[in-house]
Design a protein around this ligand. Structure first.
Ligand code: ATP
Ligand code: MG
Ligand code: FE
Length: 343
């Protein structure tokens, strides 16, 4: 089955063609970063309009790169939530209209399920069950994953998401948006022990996260450091160490609690090198396995949507023709793919 995947949930237009037998045939990403840079964050109305401008040309480009004619596409998968309502509508309307015109089914995909399954695009993929650390711009969750669509929430952030904390700290340090990669780059030149930032919620049991106190501690340090321009790299490094330590320790707890020995990391923050290295080291010591997507598939992309949609379409899941988006949509409410198989 050959699936065209469309991602338009936020500020990236992602398109890909995935073939269930041949793998990923082509993918392209157009980022709106420059468009939103002056505002320090995503402006929803501008995001929707830009998706309208870019989506069709990008689809044409990807089909050409995949050496695929429209009549060779068996289905279309598009992100139907969660995300910005207007931005989601662009992908949903385009996906449903093309599918109708081409006489193929269309499937709305959960954006976070896309992130979660992105590591399965790699040649070395994890078997089920596993513990997943999903860390992105809007989510920080630990899940037990027993199969596609079989998700048990083990813990999540009670305030900011990990990526959001990176972005807010970047703003404090006058770095460009999106801040995660900028903070990580600056941190390479700093001393991670220069500032003793808190490791939130490690002092109590459970698998929830909280990052807003850490963010405030960074702001206070920044305000109380007179020569902060010389200390920016130290602040970035100490912040990154605090957040990574916290995530790693919670992963360790989740694996102990579930008795599982397999960890999968996904979402934009899983591109963070310090996090990848520390989890790999921990896994080596404990003889656990750890998996993550290649960096291009950590952040938003069309390939993960094509892949996730394809898995549901392959077992015969169907949707009606209505164009609906779900700006809020809990991942634990998704249908399991295994039981669909038995329908
Ligand atoms: P969600 O997926 O929750 O809806 P999103 O789509 O905006 O949110 P992603 O695209 O998965 O999030 O990831 C973007 C986030 O990842 C941003 O917050 C960004 O700062 C962060 N990020 C990207 N690369 C890195 C990195 N190397 N280190 C830390 N954070 C990073
Ligand atoms: Mg983004
Ligand atoms: Fe995302």
């Amino acid at each position: 089955m050959r699936v065209l995947g469309l991602e338009t949930s936020c500020d990236e237009t992602g398109v890909a063609v995935y073939d269930s037998e041949l793998g990923l045939l082509a993918h392209r990403l157009y980022s709106q970063v420059d468009l939103h840079a002056d505002y320090g964050g995503v402006v929803p109305e501008l995001a929707s309009r830009d998706h309208v401008r870019k989506l069709i040309p990008l689809i044409k480009e990807v089909l050409a790169a995949a050496h695929t004619q429209p009549q060779e596409i068996d289905a279309i998968a598009y992100t139907s939530g969660p995300g910005l309502a207007g931005a989601l509508m662009v992908g949903a309307i385009t996906g449903r209209s093309l599918a109708y015109a081409w006489g193929v089914p269309a499937m709305g995909v959960h954006h976070m399920e896309g992130h979660l399954l992105a590591p399965l695009l790699e040649s070395e993929k994890p078997d089920f069950p596993f513990v997943a650390l999903l860390v992105s711009g809007g989510h920080s969750q630990l899940l037990r994953v027993d199969g596609i669509g079989c998700y048990q929430l083990l813990g999540e952030s009670i305030d900011d998401a990990a990526g959001e904390a990176f972005d807010k700290v970047a703003k404090m340090l006058h770095l460009d948006y999106p801040g995660g990669p900028q903070v990580a780059k600056l941190a390479l030149q700093g001393n991670a022990n220069a500032f003793a930032f808190p490791r939130p919620m490690l002092d109590r049991p459970g698998l929830d996260f909280s990052f807003s106190g850490l963010k405030t501690a960074v702001l206070t340090a920044y305000q109380q450091t007179p020569d902060y321009d010389n200390k920016k790299a130290d602040i970035a490094a100490s912040f990154e160490a605090a957040i990574v330590d916290t995530l790693v320790r919670k992963c360790e707890r989740a694996l102990k609690q579930t008795g599982l020995k397999r960890l999968v990391m996904a979402g934009g923050v899983s591109a963070n090198l310090r996090l990848r290295t520390q989890l790999k080291d921990l896994a080596q010591r404990k003889r656990w396995q750890v998996f993550y997507p290649s960096p291009a598939f950590c952040t938003d992309n069309g390939a993960m949507i094509a892949y996730a949609g394809c898995q549901r379409l392959l077992v015969g899941q169907q949707e009606n023709l209505a164009v609906t988006v779900k700006p809020r949509w809990p991942m634990t409410s998704l249908a399991p793919v295994n039981s669909l198989n038995n329908l």
